[in-house]
Ligand binder design. Structure first.
Ligand code: VOV
Length: 248
C-alpha cells in the first residue's frame, strides 16, 4: 500500500553558493570594480522589489570557511524564474569575479504528518505563509541537505504512516522548543537534486543552530534515519555589508 505522506509545495528554491576570485577582483581597475558593484546593487534592489511585490523572496549571506564566500538563496514561483535569476547574475560584471562553489535546487515543502485535517490547507493563510515565506533577515543562516535512510533495519520508507507520524511528532516538539530563536525552511528535493531535503535555518544567535541540530541528533528521526550533507553557515549581507566585504 502506498503510504507516502501528502506534501504541499510552495515556491521553488535555489541556493546558489559562490566564491570570490580575489586575485581577479584585486587585478581589476577601479572603474571595472565600480561597474561590478553598481550592477550587483541593481540586482539586490530588484530582488527587494520582487519581495515587496510578494512574488518571491531572497536571502543574501556571506559564508564562513572555505566552501564558499557567499550564498544567494532565491525563492520564486517557477523553475523558469529561478533559472532566469541565476542567468541574470551570471551575466553581470561582478559574476566574472566569482566562481561557482555549490548549488541546491528544491521546492518549499510541507507534509501532512501533523496536519489538522480540517478544510483545504491551501486556503489557510498560515499554510500559504509557510509555502511562500518571506525569508527572515536574521543575522545568520545555516544550510545543509539531508536524506532519510533506506538501510535494511533503518528504512524510513518502509515504516507505516502511523509510525512516521509518531516520530515526526517528537521531531516537531523539539523544534517547537526553538520557537522565536530559529526559523526553519524545509525544501523538498526528491527528483531535483542529490539529497531529499534542504534544511535552511535562520537565527540571530548562531549558537542556536548548534543547540538545535545537536538536540535533534538524539531524536529518533535524526538519530536512526538522518543522513546529512555538508553544512554551510553564514552572516547576513545587506547591500552595505556586501560592498564593505568587497572593499579593498
Ligand atoms: C526550528 C525548528 C523546527 C521545527 C518547529 C520543525 C517542525 C517540523 C514539522 C512539524 C514537520 C512536519 C510537518 C511539516 O511541516 O512538513 C517537519 C518536517 C521536517 N523537518 Fe523539521 N522542524 C524544525 C527543525 C528541523 C531541523 C533542524 C531539521 C534537520 C534535521 C536534523 O536532525 O538536523 C528538520 C528536518 C525536517 C525534514 C527533513 C522534514 C520533512 C520530513 C519528511 O519526512 O517529510 N527540521 N519539521
Amino acid at each position: 500500500m502506498n503510504e507516502a505522506a501528502l506534501t504541499l509545495e510552495g515556491w521553488y528554491a535555489l541556493h546558489d553558493f559562490r566564491s570570490i576570485d580575489w586575485t581577479a577582483w584585486k587585478a581589476a581597475d577601479d572603474e571595472e570594480r565600480a561597474v561590478a558593484l553598481d550592477e550587483l546593487h541593481v540586482l539586490l534592489q530588484e530582488w527587494g522589489s520582487i519581495e515587496e511585490a510578494g512574488t518571491g523572496s531572497t536571502a543574501v549571506y556571506s559564508i564562513i570557511g572555505q566552501k564558499a564566500d557567499f550564498v544567494f538563496m532565491y525563492l520564486r514561483e517557477s523553475l523558469e524564474e529561478i533559472n532566469q535569476i541565476e542567468t541574470a547574475f551570471n551575466k553581470t560584471t561582478f559574476a566574472q569575479y566569482t566562481t561557482k562553489a555549490y548549488s541546491y535546487v528544491s521546492v518549499v515543502e510541507l507534509s501532512n504528518y501533523l496536519a489538522s485535517g480540517e478544510g483545504d490547507p491551501r486556503q489557510k493563510p498560515e499554510v500559504i505563509a509557510r509555502l511562500q515565506p518571506v525569508l527572515p533577515k536574521s543575522k545568520h543562516i545555516c544550510f545543509y541537505p539531508m536524506n532519510k535512510k533506506r538501510e535494511l533495519a533503518d528504512n524510513w520508507y518502509m515504516l507505516s504512516m502511523e509510525e512516521r507520524r509518531s516520530l515526526m511528532r517528537s521531531h516537531g516538539l523539539i523544534g517547537r522548543g526553538y520557537a522565536g530563536k530559529v526559523k526553519q525552511i524545509i525544501t523538498g528535493s526528491v527528483g531535483f537534486d542529490d539529497w531529499e531535503w534542504g534544511v535552511t535555518l535562520f537565527a540571530d544567535d548562531p549558537l542556536q543552530f548548534k543547540k538545535l541540530v545537536y538536540e535533534m541528533r538524539f531524536d529518533e528521526v535524526s538519530a536512526r534515519y538522518g543522513e546529512f550533507g555538508s553544512f554551510y553557515v553564514g552572516n547576513l549581507l545587506t547591500d552595505e555589508l556586501f560592498a564593505e566585504m568587497l572593499k579593498l
